[in-house]
Design a protein around this ligand. Sequence first.
Ligand code: PLP
Length: 443
Amino acid sequence: MAPVIYPTTNLTATEQLCLDRGEGIYVFDTDGNRYIEGLAGLWCTSLGYSNQELVDAIAGQLGKLPFTHMFGGKTHEPAMELANRLADMVPIEDPYFFFGNSGSDANDSHIKMLRYYFNAIGKPQKRKIITRDRGYHGVTVAAGALTSLPANLAHFDAPVEALDILRTASPHYYTGRQGNETETQFVDRILDELKQQILSEGPDTIAAMIVEPITGASGVIVPPEGYYEKLQDLLRQHDILVWSDEVICGFGRTGNDFGATTMGIKPDLMTFAKQLSSAYFPISAAVIPGWMYEAMIEPSNQVGVFGHGYTYSGHPAACAAALKTLEIYERDKIFEHAATVGDYLQAQLRERFSDHPLVGEVRGKGLIAALELVANKTTGQGFDGAVAGGFAMKACERNGLILRAVAGNSVALCPPLIITQSQVDDMLDSLSKGLEETWDHVR
Ligand code: PLP
């Protein structure tokens, strides 16, 4: 073993798979075996693996100006151009962008900017943030406290109380419903619980609520119809900001520009990373409205600076990668393509797998989906431990498909947005073989 602490890995495991190169939607290991990258890496390589235009844009920038920082108002063309381009896309009025390197650090930046803002307007007590059970928002100290997945919290002593993080129910009807509750009754119940929580905490102590429009790491949960409309009404009534974490859903994944568009969310804040640069270079953006930015000016003047910034905030090569990515999205109509092929993927998944004895629920939108593997299809009873998910992931890999087991026994698909319909067929053929092996193993 190389002396690497492998991220999000069971540390008793030996090294699993060594990848060597990629081409389109495929990756190849060091033995030359080819796999469909059914999770686009970690939900991120939207334009696939051998996009020469992206490589050239990054190399060109590295050759010209490989680094300059942005402290003290220093700037460069790619960063300004990127901010202007994003400003034309996002559904936030007069938006401002704080650039970073990862989804986690962008969420941290948001927590800090929320505090900065509410301190500036004389409401320092408005600092709590609501997150949802099964939410994933990253792993830095602050973003990790917003994350609700047990593996990301256990043993780390995340400062949840110190950061005033509140948790509320996940909008997953399949696993969260009680008795014969309808979807509407389920939504009304969990939102009523949230309302009681807001009232007992005091609305004037709550700054924002963070949501993934459709979740990723917790198993691609698509909330029931009407959930976001009612949720937003509740939050607006109590003057709580709506924060859309678009790290996975942003830039075409759900068949629209943003997950917020697909799910009818009108966000005040947004977080971008991953597909912002098709993952060819790390970059993130924390997006805030102009009225928040305006309020932050005076305190920064009192101190002398807005004292938050990373060495690599607005890294020139990262900005060049993002600019080229956005250009390709628009020129090649990638979001429209994702919508069309996404509809096909969703229909095929339901047609081919809904009746499978292992599959309790098929869910997703656009080019993101998951199958929930269950021990008892009739009752929806899950497995004890991640026995089916982990096996299925390995079985699919043996059949030429990389996907990811998430939330125990769900298997998630999130291929590069450039995937074609016939490649979707190939992907689902491999999935089918992997599921048959899993069924033979668990039954
Ligand atoms: N937010 C969401 C919704 C994510 O899915 C992720 C990562 O998967 C993050 C935040 C954290 O991003 P990063 O891993 O770049 O820190």
